[in-house]
Design a protein around this ligand. Structure first.
Ligand SMILES: *Cc1c(COP(=O)(O)O)cnc(C)c1O
Length: 404
């Protein structure tokens, strides 16, 4: 069989399940109002939770960084790619996490996917057992597959199942790995309980805070600040392409852990460092996150979350026959669970026809029968924006009820 025939057969099978994905072309920058395929839409789908991607100060800092540093970094960090701008970002983040991780040090990566691969494969050696939460992000799942460690999965947010698995473990080193905010459900991992188990069973807790960084905590430091956690056993992965509005990621952990990543993480050692201009702009982003602008955007997010949840719960109550559900989620990720794949795609299409973009999420990204609209809020959405979404959903719900 030729490769092309082989691939076409697989593409046909994806199409037959209505699971074909396609690219949309953005014709303007990320913001609640974005031109997509030539048409302006009100967006409820980006992870730019604070609206910083569109913040003029960030664009200015990026331009200033490019004038100062030029284009790319030219090499991997240990060769010549590590600039003063990279160092300043790492030092700022080390300071941010010092209250949460004794002897904290931070190390940068180009993406969160890379940071997760680094930390899980470098620490997950043959002497280690990884305890992986069921709903972890694909990058953590891939990282665990690549690691030499034995991998044990535990059910979502199930501390007693994890306790039993830890108690049964005979590995020399135990790593608990979890998302802090689950990306398709918006709920928070029970981090205090997970950390208590780590302390009890001499395990380490790797927390992927991709959706908490910038959003949670009084000064936006994420889930560790939100829960007020402090422990040497915490290994935090934060991403800088979501709420920070730029690109990149970091690991903050005890200095010995970070030193080991620098020596042993193959995708840190053998990959070109991020452009220094991006690092230069990240310094501005970090200042904005912890300053008054960040605080105001976080306060607006909380208000819009409450407005959206109140509206969705009232809508669900008006249309019980549709069987829609809104699980508890105290984050900007609000999943409206619709159930069927065809229903959710029809709903997303109806919203798009009305000028709103909310992605439908289907299996295998989520469990069968729980297809959903993944609504994400941004700190620059207005009350009128959320009302527009609620009104469009009300019209779509009425139409689906009539059709049923
Ligand atoms: C987005 C995401 C990542 C990957 O981060 P990138 O910087 O986009 O590569 C990792 N973990 C979670 C939970 C994410 O949502």
């Amino acid at each position: 069989m030729s490769l092309l025939d082989h691939l076409q057969a697989k593409l046909n099978a994806i199409g037959a399940q209505s699971l074909t994905r396609s690219l949309r072309r953005a014709d303007s920058g990320t913001s609640p109002r974005q031109t997509v395929n030539g048409r302006e839409l009100l967006m409820f789908c980006s992870n730019d939770y604070l609206g910083l991607a569109a913040e003029p100060a960030i664009a200015e800092a990026l331009a200033d960084g490019a004038r100062r540093w030029g284009g790319g970094s030219g090499a991997s960090p240990l060769v010549s790619g590590h600039s003063a701008a990279h160092e300043a970002v790492a030092e700022t983040l080390s300071r941010w996490y010092a209250p949460h991780i004794p002897d904290a040090r931070a190390i940068g990566f180009c993406t969160g996917y890379m940071a997760n691969l680094a930390v899980v494969t470098a620490l997950g050696d043959e002497h280690t057992e990884i305890f992986s939460e069921q709903l972890n992000h694909a990058s953590l799942i891939d990282a665990a597959r690549l690691a030499k460690a034995r991998v044990t999965r535990f059910p979502h947010a199930d501390l007693s199942a994890l306790r039993a698995a830890l108690a049964a473990s005979t590995a020399q080193v135990r790593l608990i790995v979890t998302d802090a905010v689950f990306s398709m459900d918006g709920d928070l991992a029970p981090l205090p309980g997970l950390l208590a188990l780590a302390e009890e069973f001499d395990a380490w807790l790797i927390v992927d805070d991709a959706h908490g960084f910038g959003v949670l905590g009084k000064t936006g430091r994420g889930s560790l600040e939100h829960f007020g956690l402090t422990s040497e056993r915490l290994i935090l992965v934060g991403t800088l392409g979501k709420a920070a509005g730029l690109a990149g990621a970091f690991v903050a952990a005890h200095a010995t852990v970070v030193e080991y990543l620098l020596q042993a993480a193959r995708n840190f050692i053998f990959s070109t460092a991020s452009p220094p201009a991006v690092e230069h702009a990240l310094l501005t982003s970090l200042e904005l996150i912890e300053g008054p602008l960040g605080a105001a955007r976080r306060a607006n997010l909380v208000a819009r979350q409450a407005q959206l949840r109140d509206g969705l719960l009232a809508l669900i109550a008006r249309h019980p026959a549709l069987g829609w559900r809104l699980p508890d989620a105290a984050t900007p990720i609000q999943p409206l669970i619709v159930g069927g794949n065809a229903e959710v795609m029809a709903l997303a299409a109806a919203l798009e026809a009305a000028g709103l973009r909310v992605p439908g999420i289907r299996p295998p990204t989520v469990a069968a029968g729980t297809a959903r609209l993944r609504i994400t809020l941004c700190g620059t959405h207005t009350a009128a924006d959320v009302d527009a979404l609620l009104m469009a959903l009300e019209r779509a719900a009425a139409a689906q009820e009539m059709a049923a």
